[in-house]
Write a new protein. Structure first.
Length: 101
């Protein structure tokens, strides 16, 4: 299962941690994992291009993003990613769970 833990403080996204595997199909055919990976890699690339105060760590089977910026653009990016991940959870909740910290 993919586990998504996010933190919101004072109505602002502070962190996002995505870990695990969906295990909805065999390796290389798991469309849920592929979808979440695509969303997260696009998110990390977009944040990296902004040169804001954001810590991004890509570990084995885990991505951690910690937001230390006050940028409205960064908040918009977080909101977009959360909408995408929540949409996947609505359709495939057996394979991905979101939890607010």
């Amino acid at each position: 299962m993919i586990k998504v833990i996010y933190e919101v403080k004072d109505d602002k996204y502070k962190s996002l941690d995505v870990s695990g595997h969906a295990l909805s199909d065999e390796y290389g055919k798991d469309l849920i994992c592929a979808s979440v990976s695509s969303i997260m890699f696009g998110f990390m690339n977009a944040l990296d291009a902004l040169n804001e105060n954001i810590d991004i760590k890509q570990l084995t089977n885990e991505i951690k993003v910690v937001n230390k910026s006050d940028s409205g653009i960064v908040q918009n990016y977080f909101e977009l990613v959360m909408i995408q991940l929540k949409t996947i959870e609505e359709s495939y909740g057996d394979f991905i769970k979101l939890e607010r910290k």
